[in-house]
Design a protein around this ligand. Structure first.
Ligand SMILES: NC(=O)c1ccc[n+]([C@@H]2O[C@H](COP(=O)([O-])OP(=O)(O)OC[C@H]3O[C@@H](n4cnc5c(N)ncnc54)[C@H](OP(=O)(O)O)[C@@H]3O)[C@@H](O)[C@H]2O)c1
Length: 337
């Protein structure tokens, strides 16, 4: 790469169902030059996320064709005309899917990283990033998990899922149960991550498998998937149980059963609470999340839980692989290989 050239991923077609590599192109773009009030950042790590899929359909707020996509990223300031930023500063921002970006402190969520000693950079896009914050908000605010309660989380081996398992344990959850898409992931959950029970959702009806894994019921369900998973969880939730509905992975590529479960009226019979979680409404919890988790990251009690794909040229592969379930923990791209 020369200093005059930057690179970006452009979306060039609207996917129908599951996206493919043909929907994207790698483009050479002129190196952006910082105007007053902005800084040039060399991106170091990119996040590829399920929510990008919805934006790829276009429409209001969606991605334009032939323009760089947006996404969470961590980078280093290499030239600054923003009085709040100095060369060498590490920043979190949303101008991802490209090697270089112009940012302005406080605009579009751009913030300087607090830079905790002993904490790897990957943490700021995983357990201390959007997925960790989602899990933390879902557990501490939406579901208000209490010590000694039992929890089920779907897509448990992914970014939000692993963070949910880790944080729930630190908050004093009793039984932690997860579902994931392969036997290897199930072993990872019960082995490395200390889940009490886990199952592969391909191995049979989710409701039946969950009922076996949670014979005495659960108090809280963190839903990353929707559809059959949500229906199964409603069946095993105890009276006054809570559902923090975070995402609908079974629906994003238009390939599965509907979001609405057939047993929704059980919400009334059991006095359940079902509430959506949107991370952008909880950014005020960022410092609280870091203060809570950093000591545990430093002590090694918890890890960052990431799958890091090497090289900017593999950004699209990482995105597609994330939907195929290639990731354990949060899927990230390290730009420089
Ligand atoms: N509400 C918010 O503000 C917010 C913020 C962040 C994330 N989210 C949501 O949280 C969920 C997890 O996001 P993430 O970034 O942590 O992604 P992730 O779980 O790290 O990655 C996606 C995972 O989805 C699983 N998957 C793919 N298709 C599936 C299907 N049809 N049914 C069940 N699982 C499927 C795959 O794992 P398997 O191998 O296990 O299938 C894959 O690894 C998503 O629904 C996302 O939209 C919401």
């Amino acid at each position: 790469m020369t200093t005059n050239t930057a690179y970006a991923v452009h979306q060039i077609a609207r996917p129908s169902g599951f996206p493919t590599a043909r929907d994207f192109a790698y483009a050479e773009i002129p190196m952006p030059r910082p105007a007053p009030g902005t800084a040039l950042v060399e991106n170091l790590l990119l996040s590829v996320d399920p929510y990008h899929r919805g934006l790829m359909d276009g429409g209001e707020g969606g991605f334009e064709l032939g323009a760089p996509l947006e996404g969470r990223s961590v980078g280093r300031v290499i030239a600054s005309r923003d009085p709040g930023l100095t060369e060498g500063d590490l920043v979190f921002h949303r101008e991802g899917w490209r090697t270089h970006a112009l940012v302005a402190l406080g605009s579009g969520g751009t913030r300087k990283l607090r830079g905790h000693e002993g904490v790897p950079l990957e943490a700021y896009l995983s357990i201390l990033g959007g997925t960790g914050l989602t899990a933390y908000a879902a557990l501490t605010r939406t579901a208000a998990l209490r010590e000694g309660e039992d929890l089920f989380v779907s897509a448990a081996a992914g970014g939000v899922g692993t963070a949910t398992g880790r944080i729930a344990r630190l908050l004093g959850a009793r039984r932690v149960i997860g579902s994931a898409g392969s036997a290897a992931k199930v072993r990872h959950l019960t082995g490395m991550l200390g889940f009490d029970a886990a199952f592969d959702y391909h191995d049979g009806p989710v409701g039946e498998q969950l009922a076996k894994a949670a014979p005495d019921g659960i108090d809280v369900y963190v839903d990353n998937v929707g559809g059959e998973h949500l229906e199964g969880a409603i069946d095993v939730l105890r009276e006054y149980g809570r559902i923090a509905w975070v995402g609908g992975l079974s629906l994003y590529n238009g390939d599965r059963s509907p979001a609405a479960p057939r047993n929704l009226f059980e919400v009334v019979h059991k006095s359940l609470r079902l509430e959506g979680v949107l991370v952008r409404n909880h950014t005020n919890l960022q410092d609280e999340l870091e203060d809570f988790l950093v000591p545990h990251l430093r002590s090694g009690r918890i890890g960052t839980d990431t799958t890091v794909v090497q090289g900017f040229d593999h950004t699209v592969d990482a995105f597609l692989g994330m939907f195929r379930g290639d990731n354990l923990g949060k899927m990230l791209v390290r730009i420089d290989d």
